[in-house]
Design a binder for this molecule. Structure first.
Ligand SMILES: *Cc1c(COP(=O)(O)O)cnc(C)c1O
Length: 244
């Protein structure tokens, strides 16, 4: 079991490095993020001890449950799930340094109020729904720029880039179109040179499509299944409002 995680991790690192080579990118530009939903703290630690440093949960509840057990193993925590406003107070207790799933002004505003009260700042990515699927969260591509303009006024939220979940499809070119759209939006935002907006990070690509994402400019790939194995809970539990 332990060896399996290490083997899987090594093959993911190799896939990342091959994708970087074939798209003429420096492997140092692409970070691996471990998507750890449903994975126990003990199993996460195997990957951390093997040299990984960046992990992310989808639910505040899971973040909380694993927090104490992971304290003795150095790592950085991002958050990649749908964040409900009533969980904001909670999420700030568990050392999350970047929330990748900011997709609405109301959420950003509440987060800002809470952070101001606690005299804290946090990195954020704007989650974009590039696949036009109702089951996925994220701001509509047409509304990204307006949302960023508003959020950039909150000095507690440091905008670092964009995140997306690509289309689930065996047709690579359809998946690629999602990633290309995210890159395109990044370029549009950069062209506006908005104050207090950084756009270096593109968080895109998962177990099944990380090569395509790297070819299209990903700086963070988020991998769960290909390292920790199949989850026994469907992703709709994490991604679909109606079921979560
Ligand atoms: C679960 C999850 C991932 C990882 O997906 P895998 O297919 O298991 O690699 C990436 N991003 C988000 C937002 C997730 O919820």
């Amino acid at each position: 079991m332990n060896d399996q995680i290490i083997d899987n991790l090594n093959s993911i690192l190799e896939r990342i490095s091959n994708a970087c080579i074939s798209s003429n990118r420096n492997p140092a530009e692409v970070r691996l993020l471990l998507a750890t939903k449903t994975v126990s703290a003990d199993r996460i630690k195997i990957a951390l001890r093997a040299g990984q440093t960046l992990i992310a949960e989808n639910k505040v509840q899971e973040l909380k449950e694993k927090y104490d057990s992971l304290l003795d193993t150095p790592h950085t925590n991002h958050f990649i799930g749908h964040l409900q406003s009533n969980k904001i107070k909670d999420i700030l207790k568990y050392g999350v340094t970047c929330i990748q799933s900011i997709d609405r002004l109301e959420l950003a505003e509440k987060l800002h109020q809470r952070l101001s009260a606690e005299k804290k700042k946090i990195d954020v990515l704007i989650q974009v729904n590039t696949s036009d699927e109702e089951s996925k969260f994220g701001v509509h591509p047409d509304n990204v720029i307006d949302l960023i303009k508003e959020i950039s006024k909150f000095e507690t939220l440091k905008i670092k880039g964009l995140m997306t979940i690509g289309l689930f499809s065996a047709e690579t070119e359809k998946v690629r179109a999602c990633f290309r759209l995210l890159k395109n939006i990044q370029q549009q935002v950069l062209a506006l040179s908005m104050p207090d907006v950084e756009m270096n990070e593109l968080s895109m690509g998962m177990s099944g499509d990380l090569e395509t994402a790297i070819e299209e400019g990903a700086t963070i790939v988020r991998v769960g299944t290909a390292i920790f194995g199949q989850r026994n809970r469907p992703d709709s539990y994490y991604w679909n409002e109606n079921l979560s």
